[in-house]
Design a protein around this ligand. Sequence first.
Ligand code: ZN
Length: 179
Amino acid sequence: MMDLKEQKKIREEVIKYFKMAGIFLTDEEKKNKIQIVDYNTGNFYELGLAMVAFVNVQRYCGKFILFFPGQCCAEHRHPDINGKPGKEETFRVLWGTAYAYGPGEPTKNIKAKIPKGREKYFTSRHEVILTPGDQYIVGLNEKHWWQGGPEGVIALEVSSQSRDEYDLTTEENLNTVIH
Ligand code: ZN
């Protein structure tokens, strides 16, 4: 479990990246809205992400997502919930470079570095490289994962309501608690 001191350090880093990218965060967002996911593996900068949800209501959601350089989220999908379609997401890169993976022909020699020992949990290997202005639409219930490029990446995520507790990671026993 990540301790409060480490969380504070990471939040300060997150604020630096947003500043560098020219994306304004209010004092309230800096103080209370920076969410950290570390999957409880003890290596946040390898497997984790940070986000700021500036709105999340019943039918839509808007978030900024930050991946530090070389950091990735776990491969996951958004299943149907009680017979209704799961979360739909589109990402638009605002700053930096992202390596995005989803369904399709596997790319030879992908650019992302998969966390050691977890290769089997990253099954989507079709690579799309995204820079500012590029968008990526995640298909319904499709497996996907992202990694920040050499300078990291900040993307805008627009989606239907975000209910992260319903996300299914390919690695089943990952802890997806948000700090
Ligand atoms: Zn997703």
